[in-house]
Write a protein that binds this ligand. Structure first.
Ligand code: FE
Length: 158
């Protein structure tokens, strides 16, 4: 199959999921998010900003644990799938579960990218690219500020 066909098929699949997830997604007003998030978190999570490369606190984080959404606490990534991509942003080859995030086409800034948002609160996390390590081949390129690291054994069930 041509790359373009795969892209179009993925787009159709993604938009179906986006519609179903957005119906159930945690809905908060901008004012409510501003109360919960710092101004920098708000800029990235709610306004799709990007932190400058090599500035985020998890770029070189190597400890064992789990990364949760800074907006809502949804479990997103495990340190087991974190790898050094050299990109300047924390990078993962897979999410903890297929339904942890939702992906959507993002054609902003004259680029064809796939945006990754938290499936629970819709917060912007980063983008996913197809140049990651096997077996997934994915590189989830995340903003540190959209994540919270929870050390192994310290994750509480809520
Ligand atoms: Fe979230």
């Amino acid at each position: 199959m041509e790359e373009q066909d795969v892209y179009i098929e993925e787009r159709i699949f993604f938009s179906d999921r986006v519609i179903s997830v957005e119906k159930t997604m945690m809905k908060k007003s901008e004012a409510e998010w501003k109360k919960i998030l710092t101004p920098d978190e708000f800029k990235v999570l709610r306004k799709k900003g990007t932190e400058p490369p090599f500035t985020g606190k998890y770029v070189h984080q190597a400890a064992e644990g789990t990364y949760i959404c800074a907006g809502c606490g949804n479990l997103l990534f495990s340190s087991e799938k974190k790898f050094g991509s050299g990109s300047g942003w924390p990078s993962f080859s897979a999410t903890v579960a297929p339904d942890a995030v939702v992906v959507k086409p993002d054609n902003s800034l004259f680029m064809k990218r796939i945006e990754v948002v938290c499936a629970q609160c819709g917060g912007h996390l980063g983008h996913v690219f197809d140049d990651g390590p096997l077996p997934t081949g994915k590189r989830y390129c995340m903003n540190s500020i959209s994540l919270r690291f929870v050390e192994k054994n310290k994750l509480k069930k809520s």
